[in-house]
Design a binder for this molecule. Structure first.
Ligand SMILES: Nc1ncnc2c1ncn2[C@@H]1O[C@H](COP(=O)(O)OP(=O)(O)OP(=O)(O)O)[C@@H](O)[C@H]1O
Ligand SMILES: [Mg+2]
Length: 152
């Protein structure tokens, strides 16, 4: 496990971090986005989706819980928002494991996942700061450890 911290002063900074993550993203990867309401999870997920699919106005999967994309290079990209997940029994229906078999997954509110934690994953913790920006803690697990420096 390796960790790196950075500060995002604006949504533009979030967009460039999203692009750096997108450039490193491979099939089998999970990116777990943690932080309070309004912390900037969807903003960052949208930036990754935009960089990989050209979709610049991705909907937040608030009610559908999951939204699937195909990247320009041909792997699947699942965006999940688990805030409204009622119980972990529903998790199987969301197809997270299947998504990682041939693609990547961006998952907001991963605390709803119970014990499900893929080995190759990037945990991103976002927190609003007094200047209106965001402090970010990136924690790299498995194969993400060697890619963490490219996100700094
Ligand atoms: N790095 C940033 N700097 C400044 N403002 C930001 C940053 N990232 C996001 N924001 C702003 O914060 C607000 C909330 O962002 P966002 O919807 O991405 O949060 P969220 O974590 O997905 O919230 P929720 O849990 O409610 O879905 C938006 O108005 C967004 O523009
Ligand atoms: Mg959100």
């Amino acid at each position: 496990m390796r960790e790196h911290r950075l500060h995002l002063a604006s949504p533009d900074d979030a967009a460039s971090l999203g692009a750096r993550i997108a450039a490193q993203l491979e099939a089998g990867d999970a990116v777990l986005l943690e932080g309070d309401l309004g912390a900037g999870k969807t903003t960052l997920a949208r930036a990754v989706i935009a960089a990989l699919t050209g979709e610049t106005d991705a909907p937040s999967p608030t009610y559908t819980l999951v939204q699937s994309y195909e990247t320009d290079t041909g792997f699947g990209l699942l965006h999940a928002d688990l805030y409204r997940l009622e119980d972990t029994g529903e998790l199987g229906e969301l197809g997270l494991d299947e998504a990682l078999d041939h693609g990547a997954a961006l998952i907001e509110w991963p605390d709803r996942l119970g014990a499900w934690r893929p080995a190759d994953r990037l945990d991103i913790h976002l927190e609003e700061t007094r200047d209106g920006g965001r402090d970010v803690r990136l924690t790299a697990h498995g194969s993400w450890e060697t890619r963490l420096d490219a996100l700094a």
